[in-house]
Ligand binder design. Sequence first.
Ligand SMILES: [Zn+2]
Length: 70
Amino acid sequence: MSFDTEFKFENFEEYFGDADQVSKIINECEVCTAKMVHTHLSDYKNLCVQESSRCPDCGHGNRKKIHVLN
Ligand SMILES: [Zn+2]
């Protein structure tokens, strides 16, 4: 699972603030502050990782990212 570390690193670079603030931004819905649900799909056939995070309460933040694994 070495790519998982890289994956998180990439996420951190998008946010400002310290580690606590970063994890808060990642884990909480900015609309209703509910806990976000994250889904990571590793697609080894196409060598990429898909990430999506969504708020189960209000449906906010349907974020999708494709990470290409080299
Ligand atoms: Zn929400």
